[in-house]
Ligand binder design. Structure first.
Ligand SMILES: CC(C)(COP(=O)(O)OP(=O)(O)OC[C@H]1O[C@@H](n2cnc3c(N)ncnc32)[C@H](O)[C@@H]1OP(=O)(O)O)[C@@H](O)C(=O)NCCC(=O)NCCS
Length: 158
């Protein structure tokens, strides 16, 4: 591993950096207030991958879970380009799935991904997500279909 980082829950002090990460990674990014609201939302967890630098914590990546009536919706998965392909997203999501089960008792997780986003689709497949449907033209800028993926742990072994 070329650098060290911790995976932990987002804190107030991270808000500017998480907003910047989001702006760097998405064409329609969430804004500061959206992330601030997560801190007081009992049904949301946003995890960051943070490394220590001289000015405090540097945020390398992040991801979010929303508990929707016992199912986990994953979104805002982002890693700065210069840190990609170092398993940071894998570490973030592995921890997010664990926390979702621990904190909310979630056993089924879902997410939507752009059909053209090969890197993200591969990442989710590696974590055990399967494609279960398509939402045509779900995304703008640029237009794209959404692939709906699920990781269901319920009833395993039945
Ligand atoms: C998708 C994203 C979060 C992946 O982050 P990452 O930290 O580079 O991911 P990891 O290093 O954990 O990669 C895990 C697996 O994903 C796959 N993967 C990652 N980048 C890939 C690429 N460019 N092409 C193909 N597969 C890729 C690989 O299978 C990889 O496993 P491997 O290294 O064992 O081969 C990152 O590319 C990103 O932030 N993209 C922009 C934002 C985005 O698209 N978010 C997802 C929205 S649904």
């Amino acid at each position: 591993m070329p650098f060290k980082y911790d995976v932990r829950k987002m804190q107030e002090k991270d808000l500017d950096k998480v907003t910047a990460l989001e702006a760097a990674c998405f064409s329609m990014p969430w804004k500061y207030q959206d992330f601030k609201d997560i801190l007081t939302n009992p049904d949301r967890i946003y995890l960051v991958a943070a490394s220590k630098d001289a000015d405090g914590d540097e945020i390398l990546g992040g991801c979010m879970l929303t508990n929707i009536a016992g199912e986990g919706d994953i979104s805002n998965v982002a890693v700065y380009e210069k840190y990609r392909n170092n398993s940071i997203a894998t570490q973030l999501l592995t921890k997010l799935l664990e926390l979702g089960t621990e904190q909310y008792g979630i056993s089924s997780f879902t997410l939507e991904v752009r059909s053209q986003n090969a890197a993200a689709r591969r990442l989710y497949e590696k974590l055990g997500f399967l494609s279960e449907g398509i939402r045509p033209n779900f995304y703008e800028r640029p237009k794209d279909d959404a692939v709906i993926m699920w990781k269901r742990n319920e009833g395993k072994g039945d």
